[in-house]
Design a protein around this ligand. Structure first.
Ligand SMILES: *Cc1c(COP(=O)(O)O)cnc(C)c1O
Length: 239
C-alpha cells in the first residue's frame, strides 16, 4: 500500500477507536479527506485506498483538481472561505459547501446552482468559541438562518460546521465540541417538522489534532488533512 493508503488506514483506525470509546456506531462518523495543496495524484492514491469524499479550501486550485479527476466518482466539499464573487465556482463544481454564514451567500449559491445538478448540500459555519479570525455565525444567529436556508430551492440544508481554536488539552477541546453538538441538537429539534430541515443530520467538526474529542462530543463528519496527506506549507490566502 502507498503511504497515503497507510495513513488513511491509520485515520480510519483512530475514528474506529474513538467511536468505540464513545459507544457510537462506526457508521455514524464519516471521513472527509482534506486534499488542499495536494495534487490530483494524491487524491487518486486516496481513492485507490477507498476514499471518495474530499475537502478543498482554495477555489481555483480545487476547480482544476475536480476537472482533472472527472473520471472518478468523487464527492467534493468546499471547506474554505467563499467570497461572494467566487460563489459561482462553488455552485457549479462542488457537491457540498460547509462555510455558509449569510443569507446573501446562500441565496447566490441557490440562484447559481444548475437545475441539472442535485441540490448543493449546505452546512452553516458557526464560530462556536468566538475566535477572532474566523468567519461564521454567532451561535444565537444559527436558528434563524437555518430556517431561511432550508427554504432555498437549489440548496439542501445538512447541518453545521465548526473550526474551534486549538485547545490546550482534551477536556477543553471536548467542552468546546460539546457546545457545538448542543447547538446542533437545539437547531435540529426546533426545525423538526419543517420539510427543509428533514436532512439536517451533519455536524462537521474535528480535524487531525482533535478528531477524538470531536467524535466523543458527537461529530458526524471529521475533516482530516495532514494525517492522511502529510504536512502542508503555511496557509495561503484564500483564492
Ligand atoms: C485544512 C483544514 C482541515 C484539515 O486540517 P488538518 O489539521 O490537516 O487535518 C479541516 N478543516 C478545515 C476547514 C481546514 O481548512
Amino acid at each position: 500500500m502507498t503511504t497515503i493508503g497507510n495513513d488513511l488506514q491509520g485515520v480510519r483506525e483512530r475514528i474506529a477507536t474513538a467511536c468505540a470509546q464513545a459507544g457510537r456506531d462506526i457508521g455514524s462518523v464519516s471521513l472527509l479527506a482534506v486534499s488542499k495543496t495536494f495534487d490530483a495524484g494524491a487524491v487518486r492514491e486516496a481513492y485507490a485506498a477507498g476514499q471518495t469524499a474530499f475537502g478543498e479550501n482554495y477555489l481555483q486550485e480545487a476547480v482544476e483538481k475536480i476537472a482533472a479527476l472527472r473520471d472518478l466518482p468523487l464527492t467534493w466539499h468546499c471547506i474554505g472561505p467563499i467570497q461572494s464573487n467566487k460563489s459561482r465556482l462553488v455552485a457549479e463544481h462542488f457537491d457540498w459547501a460547509h462555510t455558509v454564514a449569510s443569507l446573501r451567500l446562500a441565496q447566490r449559491l441557490s440562484d447559481q446552482r444548475s437545475p441539472a445538478l442535485p441540490p448543493l448540500q449546505i452546512c452553516l459555519q458557526v464560530n462556536i468559541d468566538g475566535g477572532p479570525n474566523k468567519s461564521g455565525l454567532a451561535p444565537e444567529e444559527v436558528q434563524a438562518l437555518a430556517l431561511q436556508v432550508a427554504r432555498l430551492p437549489r440548496l439542501q440544508l445538512r447541518g453545521l460546521m465548526t473550526i474551534p481554536e486549538p485547545q490546550p488539552d482534551f477536556a477543553s477541546a471536548l467542552a468546546v465540541h460539546q457546545r457545538s453538538r448542543a447547538l446542533f441538537d437545539t437547531v435540529a429539534a426546533a426545525g423538526g417538522g419543517d420539510p427543509g430541515m428533514a436532512r439536517f443530520d451533519t455536524l462537521s467538526m474535528g480535524m487531525t489534532g482533535d478528531l477524538e474529542a470531536a467524535i466523543l462530543a458527537g461529530s458526524t463528519m471529521v475533516r482530516v488533512g495532514s494525517a492522511i496527506f502529510g504536512g502542508r506549507p503555511p496557509a495561503r490566502r484564500p483564492g
